[in-house]
Design a protein around this ligand. Structure first.
Ligand code: IMP
Ligand code: MG
Length: 181
């Protein structure tokens, strides 16, 4: 039996090129002592590559992680649940909130409100992917890697039911790929 992997939407080298471009935009606009908040689990790979690209441009950030999940397992984002919260002091800081994908906007909106509540000076948003036309909350990311159509994507940190995060590329799966076996 041959292993069927998700088909490639963005290759590892396309992602690397885009992250370099994003890091140049970010370094142009934001201060060197940026505070990065990465939303787990989906954005851990993106954050790791982004922060190292930013290093080469002189950014010397502090980094913290929060864990958000939604009630429904699998594809949909339902009610948002906070797991790990912010452990560091973000008062008065310029914060760059990093997420894997902006869809309904619920997750990023939740995180942004939390950071504002903790006294961040400004909360900027970087999302690796954006699905336009899916927004349920009014929120925009200032830095977006790729706009994608309404397909379910996995890899490069993104999961389907906690699988496929290890793929070095971003792939798409259809319901056949994701069901059973
Ligand atoms: P939002 O809260 O609806 O904007 O959804 C964002 C979260 O849903 C992301 O952080 C992902 O974890 C998850 N998500 C949305 N679409 C996809 C997808 O196509 N693949 C994997 N995860 C997704
Ligand atoms: Mg996720």
């Amino acid at each position: 039996m041959t292993e069927k992997l998700p088909s490639v939407l963005f290759s590892a080298s396309e992602i690397a090129t885009r992250i370099r471009e994003m890091s140049e935009d970010i370094a142009k606009n934001l201060p060197k002592d940026l505070f990065i908040v990465s939303i787990l689990k989906g954005s851990f790979v993106f954050t790791a590559d982004l922060m190292r690209a930013l290093f080469h441009l002189g950014i010397r950030p502090e980094i913290d992680f929060i864990t958000l999940s939604s009630y429904a397992k699998g594809m949909s984002a339902g009610e948002i649940i906070l797991g790990r919260g912010i452990a560091e002091d973000v008062r008065g800081r310029e914060v760059l909130l990093v997420d894997d994908i902006l869809e309904s906007g619920g997750s990023l909106n939740y995180a942004r409100q939390m950071l504002n509540g903790l006294g961040a000076a400004n909360v900027h948003i970087a999302a690796l992917l954006e699905k336009p036309g899916k927004r349920r909350v009014e929120i925009e990311a200032e830095y977006v890697g790729f706009k994608i159509p309404d397909v379910f994507v996995v890899g490069y940190g993104l999961d389907y039911a906690n699988r496929y995060r290890e793929l070095p590329y971003i792939g798409s799966i259809d319901s056949e790929d994701s069901s059973s076996s």
